[in-house]
Design a binder for this molecule. Structure first.
Ligand code: HEM
Length: 431
């Protein structure tokens, strides 16, 4: 009870001290903190919200959007996007319609094509990164962010918008709505400005496509949106199409970039697992390889916690010994990163075991707001990792496998890998 003993020793009215302790534990020992909470205080009420840490309880919260709403970040997301979006509202209020639209536009059937284009783009970007750096390159800046942005261009349809714009705008937007718990006004303003910048680019792009190809355009998600005719009462005009497209990018670009780096890191810190994943990468059975990536991300999910606003009193885990009343107006923190290690649900959760039951992996969320881009995500992320593993010379620097550098931001910005150029050159000389 190391953390809880220290926390309980701080007087209840010393809120800053309690919050500081909590934040420190989140940064320096999140796994241990969650283990302690699951065992001793599974629904832990704090000044920043109620941490819900057990797997069934996280599912319960995320299955009840009429009680646990996205009202914690919804308004900030709408500021950033300039309009309501699927992830900013609940139920009959926008969400239901946008969700249906999203499922049609981000069609499951696209997956094989998206996998192929991801492979091609990833190889191109890797070639450029390796050619540009004799010894090492930055996996995030020189590879993952560029490859993710080019996939967004090719699949979602951000034609002609610079990769740097796509990446840097979504970084500021995501920071403002998703990881700005104190609502720092500068971070918020930067996110709002970035959202405006991206929306202006997209409005121009839509206008150009309407002029150039009325009724017929490129075979990408934006093209599909522009060709879709819905009854007028749905109100899917070009502005709403633009909001959705920008929203999809905001939900995707940073996630794909960071998941690529985090998965590689989680594999690299386990040399035996890395060797198995390398073999699976070369075997051509995507399901076998992909399981390594999703299991790696269970250890380092991009969204470790998602907040919800409890709008009516709710009895959580009713009828169990941990039954807890969550009062209306509480912020509830659904802790994916804890639920995925719930020892009462998962067998040996600390062990790396590819192919666990899908319900034990919450990397793409759960419930009413789970990832509507999941079919694309499920091929893009593993393929971005697989293309790296297919290059034996490109690996995290020995001894620095854990070295994700956040550079003072909420997301990893740099991850040094050796470029393998020397190895490739030597192999070519001796071939
Ligand atoms: C690349 C890896 C991805 C990861 C790790 C990821 C993760 C997630 C997670 C955890 C959520 C739930 C958020 C919550 O409950 O608060 C979510 C929702 C969402 N994701 Fe993804 N996502 C990815 C890719 C994508 C892609 C490719 C798209 C679209 C092109 C997308 C669009 C969305 C949208 C629109 C939502 C909100 C759905 C709703 O509110 O009903 N995501 N994603």
């Amino acid at each position: 009870m190391e953390f809880l003993a220290a926390y309980d020793a701080v007087p209840e009215d010393d809120v800053p001290q309690r919050v500081a302790l909590l934040r420190q534990a989140m940064v320096t020992g999140r796994a241990a903190l969650f283990a302690e909470l699951r065992a001793h205080r599974p629904a832990f009420a704090t000044p920043v919200g109620v941490f819900v840490t057990r797997h069934p309880d996280v599912l319960e919260v995320l299955s009840a959007p009429e009680t646990f709403t996205v009202g914690v970040f919804g308004p900030a997301l709408e500021d950033v996007l300039g309009a309501p979006f699927v992830l900013s509202r609940d139920g009959a209020d926008v969400h239901w319609q946008e969700r249906g639209f999203g499922q049609l536009m981000l069609a499951a059937e696209d997956a094989p094509r998206v996998r192929k284009l991801t492979a091609r783009i990833a190889d191109e970007v890797l070639d450029e990164a390796i050619a540009g750096s004799p010894d090492t390159f930055d996996l995030i800046q020189d590879y993952a962010r560029l490859a993710a942005a080019r996939v967004a261009d090719a699949y979602l349809g951000f034609t002609g918008i610079a990769e740097e714009t796509l990446h840097s705008c979504t970084r500021r937007m995501q920071w403002a709505f998703a990881v700005n718990p104190d609502r720092d006004p500068e971070i918020h303003a930067a996110g709002v400005a970035a959202g405006r910048e991206l929306r202006e680019h997209v409005a121009g792009l839509i206008a150009r496509r309407r002029t150039a190809n009325p009724g017929d355009g490129p075979d990408d998600v934006l093209g599909r949106m522009l060709r879709t005719r819905l009854p007028g009462e749905y109100g899917f005009d070009d502005e709403r199409i633009g909001t959705n497209l920008v929203g999809y990018l905001t939900a995707y670009q940073q996630n794909a970039t960071q998941c690529t780096a985090a998965a590689l890191k989680e594999l690299a810190v386990r040399p035996g697992v890395l060797a198995e994943a390398e073999r699976a990468a070369g075997e051509g059975d995507p399901a076998r390889f992909d399981a390594y990536v999703w299991e790696a991300l269970r250890f380092h999910p991009f969204v470790p916690i998602t907040p919800r606003l409890c709008v009516r009193d709710h009895v959580l885990a009713a009828g169990t010994p941990r039954q807890t009343v969550i009062p209306a107006r509480s912020v509830v923190l659904a802790c994916f990163a804890s639920a995925m290690f719930d020892e009462e649900v998962l067998d040996a959760p600390a062990e790396f075991r590819p192919g666990r039951p899908p319900a034990h992996n919450l990397v793409l969320g759960y419930g009413a707001h789970d990832c509507v881009g999941r079919y694309a995500a499920r091929v893009i992320v593993p393929e971005l990792v697989r293309r790296v593993l297919l290059r034996p010379g490109v690996r995290p620097l020995p001894g620095a496998e854990r070295g994700l550098d956040y550079a003072g931001t909420p997301f990893p910005q740099h991850y040094a890998v050796r470029s393998g150029r020397t190895a490739v050159a030597t192999a070519a000389a001796t071939a």
